[in-house]
Design a protein around this ligand. Structure first.
Ligand SMILES: Cc1cc2nc3c(=O)[nH]c(=O)nc-3n(C[C@H](O)[C@H](O)[C@H](O)COP(=O)(O)OP(=O)(O)OC[C@H]3O[C@@H](n4cnc5c(N)ncnc54)[C@H](O)[C@@H]3O)c2cc1C
Length: 458
């Protein structure tokens, strides 16, 4: 056990140069700073280093290493398993690092590690530009990009990580490196999918694309009794989507707060308005929706339309897997499971993958899931502590019942913390040995292990 004075002394020394905030458990602001998105996560770090720049990150990492304390890295704090924080260790919290610079001529953006998708979209959209990002605007660009980054633009422009041009990283030995296709190419390959295993990403450079500012999209909601024909329609319709359109399906509860179960499609078409409206006609014409909010809207609004459904502090327990098939039996099982959902915030979501995201070779980046198809999510979410057992049990049971329809792949960014076996090695598939070799080079003693851990090759 670390003598409390050692940390106090080291923190006091660091504080003489640190530009951000160093928070210990007795400091004002600590209680708030230790919270992450998932209210189930209740960890008490010994020190939260709220870094204001790269030198703060390097200084706080050095402190943790000198004292032999565990290190967790926090970007947006959205990870459902709470990997952005650690009991008794040091949290390197980048959430104050909000710098963003857009170069509209080169169509690129540099953003620091504490930026969220809402913040980045706001700046890039000033120039009618965007990069694929998360569908909830408060999610951090850092964790999401390093682990994949699927969102409304992925059919046309691939994942967030497919658009990375460079990453600035503080490595385990405290060095600041730039990784790109030209500099440290192996590291750059690993960073595109390998999560927080290789260091602390302090800055990201993205390629941007012309998007909006007005796009066509939104949700369309049907009565739960239409769930079967709606999911069949979704299955058939996704076979011929243009790259510009991304389409998700959900069994969820009415957004009006009534708790009424509904079936919904949610979409975005990022192409020219006329083409978008033509492409979305079949969805709008299907059956008799209870609510049709698909229409023209600013891209920034579309990217925030799901925010209210995922409030900070709600309890979350998720299980997800790519599907091998969305056949009739899978649809029936989903409907049956959703009928038992014990929480009005719970939902079953299907994210459709096609277009650019599915054209990239699985070995081009560390992210291997490049098949056209469906990603299935059981989103257990609730707000009352007494609902915890029932919601976790429902999530597990639903996941279990959907097993016959699962493919081998799982999207690591969604994994919860209680997975049996070695889900990380399994998820990276044939990319895992190369990731282990690169991990051994950049983090041989596994300093960065509060993540979906890639074990360094012995
Ligand atoms: C409501 C909600 C919506 C979501 N929507 C999407 C979505 O649309 N698309 C999608 O792809 N995913 C989505 N996710 C999953 C999301 O990608 C992951 O939760 C991701 O980890 C969030 O990144 P963060 O920076 O907010 O997370 P944090 O919890 O801060 O970090 C998670 C992990 O990422 C690593 N990390 C974070 N910052 C850094 C850094 N600067 N340097 C190195 N490593 C770092 C660390 O290992 C850390 O433990 C969603 C999650 C939630 C809760």
């Amino acid at each position: 056990m670390l003598p409390i004075e050692s940390l106090a002394d080291a923190a006091a020394e660091l504080a003489t140069t640190f530009r951000g905030q160093l928070l210990r458990p007795s400091d004002p602001g600590y209680e708030d700073a230790r919270k992450v998105h998932n209210g189930l996560v209740d960890k008490r770090p010994a020190l939260i280093a709220r870094c204001a720049g790269v030198a703060d990150v390097a200084g706080a990492l050095e402190l943790a290493r000198n004292l032999g304390l565990e290190v967790a890295i926090r970007g947006g704090g959205h990870n459902v398993a709470g990997r952005a924080t650690v009991d008794g260790g040091v949290v390197l919290d980048l959430s104050l690092m909000k710098g963003i610079r857009v170069d509209p001529q080169r169509k690129t953006a540099w953003a620091q590690g504490g930026v969220t998708w809402g913040e980045l979209n706001r700046e890039t959209q000033l120039h009618g530009l965007a990069v694929t990002g998360g569908v909830v605007s408060s999610t951090g660009i850092a964790g999401l990009t390093l682990g994949g980054g699927l969102g409304w633009l992925m059919g046309k422009y691939g994942l967030a990580l497919d658009n990375l041009l460079a990453v600035e990283l503080v490595t385990a030995d405290g060095k600041v490196v730039q990784a790109s296709k030209q500099q440290e190419p192996d590291l750059f390959w690993a960073l595109r999918g390998g999560g927080g295993n290789f260091g602390i990403a302090t800055g990201f450079e993205y390629a941007l694309h012309p998007v909006g500012p007005t796009v066509v999209g939104g949700p369309i909601v049907h009565p739960i009794e239409s769930a079967r024909p709606l999911l069949e329609f979704f299955r058939d319709h996704t076979r011929s989507l243009p790259d510009e359109q991304t389409l998700f399906a959900a069994l969820m509860h009415a957004p009006d707060g009534s708790g009424t179960p509904v079936a919904a499609l949610i979409t975005c078409h990022c192409g020219p308005i006329d083409a978008a409206e033509r492409a979305l006609r079949p969805i709008k014409a299907f059956a008799s929706p209870l609510m049709d909010a698909i229409g023209r809207m600013p891209y920034t609004q579309l990217n925030g339309m799901l925010d209210a459904a995922f409030p900070k502090g709600a309890f979350n327990y998720w299980k997800t897997n790519f599907l091998s098939t969305l056949n009739d039996a899978a649809i029936d099982t989903m409907i049956d499971c959703f009928a038992r959902c014990p929480t009005p915030m719970g939902q079953l979501l299907i994210e459709h993958f096609h277009g650019e995201v599915a054209r990239i070779d699985p070995s081009d980046t560390a992210f291997p899931h490049r098949r056209e198809g469906y990603n299935f999510l059981v989103l257990g979410q609730w707000t009352q502590p007494e609902g915890t057992d029932a919601c976790i049990a429902w999530t597990r049971e639903t996941y279990e019942r959907m097993q016959p329809f699962f493919a081998a792949g799982r999207y690591l960014n969604y994994l919860d913390g209680d997975e049996p076996g070695d889900p990380v090695a399994a998820a990276y598939d044939s990319n895992y040995p190369r990731l282990q070799r690169i991990k051994a080079r950049y983090d041989p003693t596994n300093v960065f292990h509060m993540n979906l851990n890639i074990r360094p090759q012995p």
